[in-house]
Design a protein around this ligand. Structure first.
Ligand SMILES: Cc1ncc(COP(=O)(O)O)c(C=O)c1O
Length: 374
């Protein structure tokens, strides 16, 4: 089976895990600090606070801003369920907005319509790694004093108008889960530009504990005396996960180059196939996480099955969250999202794909559309 997504790890990551074992301390210690510094340098970020995943990063970022019951957070419905869960875990209400029909990025006009006095934050998603209109969001939030927490789970390594995602903005959260652009096995990171907020985030991701030397090079191993001044969570990254991330980060340029190469091959082979559309993405600026096609004429599920029979795995990113029973609310209609949900199909994209795998996927899709349409 050709996997739709997968991490690309090998002997070097295994050696790094072995070295972390030999350090004799598996929790949050020197390797986490090293990884945070390496991410900070790579992004050109100010403060980097790692977590055990991006869902917890989003949750703790919202929590650190004091967002909770009675507040609203605007986010696209077409996103991973963890983003909605992060919002509702604070007691706040996720307010789903639509996406643009072509790019599937957050619809700025719909954001404007959904802002209320209760809106405390907007959580845009850089879907597939393609940055959304951050300038337009910054303009809206400036007027309304609303925070922006970028869900950049897909976008580690992407650029917006010449600047790396994570090198500017308000708060940015990344995922290093097992299938992302780089992986720690599991992991996440929060980027911010305000020292006081960074300090709160470091405490909150670690059960509210303030550690002496926190955030400095002195902070390396377990410390016996801690101070607790706030509600926190056990969301820290481990030395083992950080060790994997350190190796992966060294390979990121080649990972991005290969992902872009595959996306460009898909674009040129599929963009003129009747019944298929590709997302309009300029891969010069994007570190692509997933490759999504739109399958027209009601053939999406049949094509999915057809490809499965050829041992090609596909996926759906995502079931819109406003359609989940738990988040369903009356009178919510998001036409572009609901239409996309009928048509989107995520096809294999990862660094473990050979050129012949990519050809097999392309021929499978072209052959499938032909067979199914006749
Ligand atoms: C858009 C988006 N947001 C958030 C997350 C959560 O990331 P994690 O799996 O690291 O919790 C994901 C993960 O798939 C995602 O795709």
């Amino acid at each position: 089976m050709i996997a739709v997504s997968k991490g690309c790890l090998g002997a070097e990551e295994l050696a790094a895990v072995k070295a972390a074992f030999e350090l004799g301390y598996f929790g949050m210690a020197s390797k986490v600090l090293e990884f945070e510094e390496a991410v900070r340098k790579y992004l050109g970020a100010k403060y980097v606070i790692t977590t055990n995943n991006c869902t917890s990063a989003l949750h703790v970022a919202l929590d650190a801003l004091g967002i909770g019951k009675g507040d609203e957070v605007i986010t696209p419905s077409l996103t991973f369920i963890g983003a909605f869960q992060a919002i509702s875990a604070t007691g706040a209400t996720p307010v789903p907005v639509d996406v643009y029909p072509d790019t599937l990025l957050i619809d700025i006009e719909d954001v404007k319509r959904k802002i209320t006095p209760q809106t405390k934050a907007i959580m845009p998603v850089h879907y597939a790694g393609n940055p959304c209109d951050l300038d337009a969001l910054a303009k809206i939030t400036k007027d309304h004093k609303i925070r922006i927490i970028e869900d950049a789970a897909h976008a580690f390594g992407s650029y917006y108008k010449g600047k790396k995602i994570g090198s500017f903005g308000d708060i940015i959260c990344f995922s290093f889960d097992s299938i992302k652009n780089i992986t720690c096995g599991e992991g996440g990171a929060i980027i911010c530009f305000d020292e006081a907020l960074a300090d709160i985030l470091r405490q909150k991701r670690s059960c509210g504990m303030k550690r002496p030397g926190q955030g400095s090079s002195e902070w390396k191993e377990r410390v016996p005396f801690v101070e607790v001044n706030m509600q926190g969570y056990r969301y820290h990254m481990s030395n083992i996960n950080a060790s994997i991330g350190l190796v992966q980060l060294k390979k990121i340029d080649s990972f991005i180059a290969r992902r872009r190469e595959i996306c460009r091959r898909y674009d040129s082979a599929l963009k003129n196939v009747p019944g298929i559309t590709c997302l309009p993405i300029n891969y010069d600026n994007v570190a692509p996480h997933i490759y999504v096609i739109r399958v027209k004429n009601g053939l999406r599920n049949k094509l999915m099955e057809y490809l499965r029979n050829l041992d090609i795995e596909t996926g759906i990113n995502y079931v819109p969250n406003h359609l989940h029973h738990f988040y369903a609310r009356k009178n919510v209609s998001l036409p572009a999202t609901e239409q996309a949900f009928q048509e989107i199909l995520t096809i294999p994209l990862h660094c473990g794909l050979s050129d012949s795998d990519v050809d097999k996927v392309i021929h499978g899709i072209i052959g499938g559309i032909k067979d199914l349409a006749s």
